[in-house]
Design a protein around this ligand. Structure first.
Ligand code: UGY
Ligand code: MN
Length: 248
């Protein structure tokens, strides 16, 4: 439902932000053609480690992102397309994902009209003596998850390998209605997040926000955070966090 008369559920603060689909304004970002690009989280907002972008392709749209010091995780929110990393091609449908390490290039071609990607991009922080992360393709439907801290109402899937070489994690949380994070988290890691389906209430610092599919959230390090799923269907979100590196 459109929001009326200058009202918005969005909030932009120094330590957290909520951006709803009603707030989106496109940016031109080199590397994407025949697509609308919305940069949801970036250093301009206050993020220190991540850029989160939503890209929606028209039929005939394409992406060509050159190799550099950025690594890219991409998740297909809707539709499907052919993604290639360093020329190695894979067809991805809804729920498909890829990871392109720093120093590799990636392209997207032949998107179905309306194909939508969420991208998380981070500068790679190498660890001496630890092998750099490798490129990968996957499908969330094939990723085994499990109850979060023993609670079957909060189901967690970890999409990237749990290896020191990876300095980012991307996970999917699925909550049954009434399911919630077991406690108010406060931690070093930063989050970028997009609601995939359902609805709930997100606590961010000392504010509580009703949220639903399509909403994006940024949480700075040490932002107090808690979520409860509300409504009649499960709520799911995809989120980024920086991991596996010393704070100094
Ligand atoms: O991995 C996490 O830090 C996760 N439990 N945080 C969150 O869902 N807000
Ligand atoms: Mn967290």
């Amino acid at each position: 439902m459109p929001e009326l008369f200058g009202h918005t559920r969005a909030h932009i603060g120094p330590r957290h932000a909520l951006i709803t689909p009603h707030n989106h304004v496109n940016s031109v970002v080199p590397g994407f053609t025949g697509a609308t690009v919305v940069v949801l989280v970036s250093p301009a907002l206050g993020a220190r480690s991540v850029v989160q972008t939503q890209v929606t392709f028209q039929a005939g749209g394409a992406a060509a992102v050159e190799a550099g010091d950025l690594q890219t995780f991409g998740y297909v929110m809707a539709g499907g397309a052919a993604v290639a990393i360093d020329g190695v091609k894979q067809k991805l449908g809804e729920g498909g994902f890829f990871f392109c390490p720093a120093g590799s290039d990636w392209t997207l071609a032949s998107p179905r009209k309306g194909t939508q990607l969420t991208l998380f991009q981070k500068k790679y922080a190498a660890l001496p003596g630890v092998p750099a992360p490798r490129a990968l393709f996957g499908d969330q439907a094939q990723v085994k998850g499990g109850p979060f801290l023993g609670d079957p109402a909060a189901h967690l899937q970890v999409l990237l390998p749990d290896e020191l070489g990876y300095d980012l994690a991307v996970n999917i949380f699925a909550y049954q209605p009434g399911g919630h994070l077991p406690f108010v988290e406060i931690h070093l890691m930063e989050h970028g997040l997009v609601m995939l389906s359902g609805a709930g209430v997100y606590r961010l610092e000392d504010s509580w926000y009703p949220v639903q599919a399509g909403d994006a959230i940024w949480m700075a390090p040490y932002c107090a955070q808690w979520f409860v799923a509300m409504g009649k269907e499960p709520a799911r979100y995809l989120y980024y966090k920086d991991v596996n590196r010393a704070p100094l």
